[in-house]
Design a protein. Structure first.
Lengths: 190, 190
DNA sequence: CCGTAAGTGGATGGGTCATCCGTTTCAACG
DNA sequence: CGTTGAAACGGATGACCCATCCACTTACGG
């Protein structure tokens, strides 16, 4: 579990790799480790040492966004209306999911297949479970729905909105929110 | 548009390729043209001539299932209750989408990117549009929802159910149906 | 300043992809 | 039937990508 602190140059390289990868993701290019290495003017082996697979790199690129989402969830927990809190958080999740191309694959992957994000995703899941639990006890949501359903469903919505590849990102985000609304209408109880 | 009829041996090879590819799809192996060729004991070039890309091959493999679905839609149009017809058809669609691994990619692709399936998908879309239109005039469904929404949403549901890679196919199908129900509850009007 | 462990780079073997072209097979016609 | 031209075939091949290995360099504690 101990992570011996990285040497200065290593940390620098690592950072540089992440930056380049982030640019790749944003531009929709797929992450090829060799390619990233060349673009970053860094040896291939260095990249492979830091990130054994493209997924690992992607995961690291996605990290800040996931963290932000966790904070968002905790913030939502501070709200007082169970339904509103849940809905707002879900909307935020969809929005970021459709805005940052790094996120969908990370969320779609099995929780424990990820090195770093695993804990975060678990944290997110539990914060989210709490939001759901509140909604359940408040009786404002279909009692049969668990957080084990919601994460895939969110991914599904993001996926559906993303299929419309002709649309601009902003339009896709709007579409995603609309789809979320549709789903939530089905889940809402009064 | 004219398709000069295939020579006997060519047709035979083509068939053989499709059969092998179907096996690949069913076993979840990804379609690699070279690989398929070797398995089918057929020259690589032959495979490439018949199917320039893996997508083209996949499309052809999926064809019968798509045709079946079109028939199903037309059959549904014979029913008299708009809502039931729509719901039953959607359930059938989800079921086959989750049962046949060849279908999701084909449906997710842009309609006009496909060679053969394009027409079929258009036919499906129009039969489906008819089902929706009936539901609309009967006032039993959210008026804002179009068939341009429904296909992606279906794919999204299939996607969500498929993420649960730990589940057996049958369980995933059941899950998909449940998700569909959730969505439909959101769309239903009375 | 030196020793050592951590870090680096890129050459390279292994693998996949898809094209090209010399050969074979079909089937139409005399 | 036998001939012939077009259609189809096959696999060798060059281009490309992936990821490992190891000889070299660099940071940094003593």
């Amino acid at each position: 579990m101990s992570t011996p602190p990285l040497r200065k140059d290593a940390a620098q390289n690592r950072q540089r790799i992440i930056e380049v990868a982030r640019r790749y993701v944003d531009e929709g290019r797929l992450l090829q480790l060799n390619d990233v290495a060349r673009t970053a003017s860094i040896g291939v082996a260095t990249v492979y040492r830091h990130f054994p697979t493209p997924e690992a790199l992607l995961e690291t690129v996605a990290l800040p966004a996931v963290e932000a989402l966790v904070r968002r969830a905790e913030h939502a927990l501070a709200g007082d209306d169970a339904w509103t809190a849940l809905r707002d958080f879900l909307a935020a999740a969809i929005e970021v999911l459709l805005t940052d191309p790094a996120l969908p694959p990370v969320f779609a992957a099995a929780t424990d297949a990820l090195e770093h994000t695993g804990d975060l995703k678990r944290g997110l899941a539990s914060a989210f479970a709490e939001l759901l639990a509140r909604a359940h006890t408040a009786g404002v949501i279909d009692p049969g729905v668990t957080e084990a359903d919601m994460i895939p469903l969110l991914c599904g919505i993001a996926y559906a909105a993303n299929i419309q590849s002709a649309l601009a990102p902003a339009e896709r985000a709007a579409l995603g929110l609309r789809y979320l609304d549709l789903l939530l209408t089905g889940l809402h109880r009064t």
